[in-house]
Design a protein around this ligand. Structure first.
Ligand SMILES: [Mn+2]
Length: 433
């Protein structure tokens, strides 16, 4: 079966025969099974719909196909449910630290082991508290929300980058100014985007509850839902604003029955009431998606959005100042969700859904640094880095720099230098001027 993409909502074979077959087989074989226990956190139905369709089509005869094609599909029966008796059903949800040696809580220096920016590691909430950690990096290696593998390798690629931080623009080394750790990866279910959301959300919440800033390295953009919902759990519904850097608006509706994928986190955050539309600021939209309905939905929900068409008309400097001003005109707490595909594919070929005509590094780095220095940033995510299609590591290098710029901004704010235009007096001009 072809894998549906965000650009081809209907499968090539047409949806009815396959899903009806699936309904028939599912009814015969699975009607007695019960759904898995409720985790107490919101999850979406429909996780296994694609798998059910494939299996049913393989196992059924042509005669059954004729019969099934005439019947209306039963959406419930289209789902092959998880096996609630599998002893491994939930084991992946918790990190196993039972073999860790006994030790005092606190950040652990790990030498040459690869961590984000060479930072010490933290394994438990107690480590974060004892170390008075201000920034905790975590990986969220979700692949399935984009539909093909690669984005899940993003955290590993970023950990493998050179460790230098800071730059001569500010002469600030954030690694010296901030207490930061690598908190490891969130546990995910590689077969289900839906099931991966609650553990990521829980881990973001854990970090935020200690007062630290979670920096989540994806993974595809589905994780924005878990990240922002986790922050809203701690700071309160409607109390967090989001700057969404992306070529795509990611507020798509249901997709082959799925209610979370990398095209849907924004819609879900608004629909569930975590974030008010007017506190969403979209930057960098372009290409063929969404059409008029998507923009009308954003207008109805009072979104602020800045397309590349606006940049073409008014210039980046003007648009950048607008975004920085708007970020100051919102809730006290701010999350930045940075989809690497907001940048032009010239700089970021290593991503799942590149769109020509994007921002340059020269445009992106100052706005990210400015936003992080001028606002009370309580969360940051970097998503859609796919190192498997990143020859030369250009995308990974730029992704690392984006994160670095935000960390520099947070350090500037801590040092009382938090304004959008801060540059070191040493580097902005030489001694003659
Ligand atoms: Mn996105």
């Amino acid at each position: 079966m072809p894998v549906p993409s965000r650009f081809s909502p209907l499968s090539a074979a047409g949806p009815w025969p396959a899903s009806s077959l699936c309904a028939l087989v599912a009814l015969l074989t699975l009607a007695c099974e019960t759904p898995p226990a409720d985790s107490g956190e919101s999850e979406s139905p429909g996780a296994e719909a694609d798998v059910a369709t494939t299996d049913a089509a393989t196992d059924s005869t042509a005669q059954e196909a004729d019969t099934a094609a005439q019947e209306a599909p039963d959406p419930e029966a289209a789902i092959i449910r998880l096996d609630p008796n599998d002893p491994n059903l939930e084991v992946w949800r918790d990190r196993d630290i039972s073999n860790d040696p006994p030790r005092e809580p606190g950040p652990i220096r790990v030498g040459s082991v690869l961590t984000f920016f060479g930072l010490p590691m933290a394994r438990t909430i107690e480590d974060l508290v004892a170390g008075e950690v201000e920034v905790a990096f975590m990986g969220a290696p979700v692949d399935m929300g984009v539909g093909f593998r690669g984005a899940g390798e993003g955290p590993t690629a970023l950990r493998a980058m050179r460790r230098s931080t800071g730059s001569m623009e500010t002469m600030i080394s954030w690694r010296r100014e901030l207490t930061a750790v690598d908190y490891g990866n969130a546990p995910i279910d590689n077969l289900s985007t839906e099931r991966s959301m609650p553990p990521i959300r829980r881990m973001v919440r854990e970090i935020a509850e200690t007062g630290a800033i979670p920096v989540i390295i994806g993974g595809d953009h589905s994780i924005e839902f878990a990240n922002v919902a986790g922050l809203a759990d701690v700071y309160g519904k409607e109390n967090v604003g989001v700057i969404h850097f992306d070529a795509h608006y990611d507020a798509g509706g249901t997709r082959s029955g799925h209610l979370i994928s990398h095209a849907q986190p924004v819609r879900r955050l608004v629909d569930e009431g975590h974030i008010l539309g007017r506190n969403f600021i979209q930057v960098g939209l372009r290409g063929s998606w969404p059409g008029p309905e998507g923009f009308e939905w954003m207008r109805e929900n009072e979104f602020r959005y800045h397309t590349m068409a606006e940049v073409d008309r008014d210039g980046w400097t003007t648009v950048m100042q607008r975004v920085l001003d708007e970020a100051n005109d919102g809730p006290e707490y701010l999350h930045i969700s940075f989809d690497i595909d907001v940048m032009d594919p010239a700089y970021t070929s290593g991503t799942g859904t590149p769109v020509p005509g994007g921002l340059t590094p020269r445009e992106v780095f100052p706005i990210v640094r400015g936003l992080c220095s001028e606002n009370n940033v309580v969360g940051f995510d970097l998503v859609e880095l796919n190192p498997l299609v990143d020859p030369g590591y250009t995308t990974t290098l730029n992704a690392k720099q984006v994160v670095d710029e935000c960390m520099t901004g947070i350090a500037l704010r801590k040092l009382g230098l938090g304004d959008r235009d801060y540059l070191s007096p040493l580097t902005r001009r030489d001694a003659r001027r």
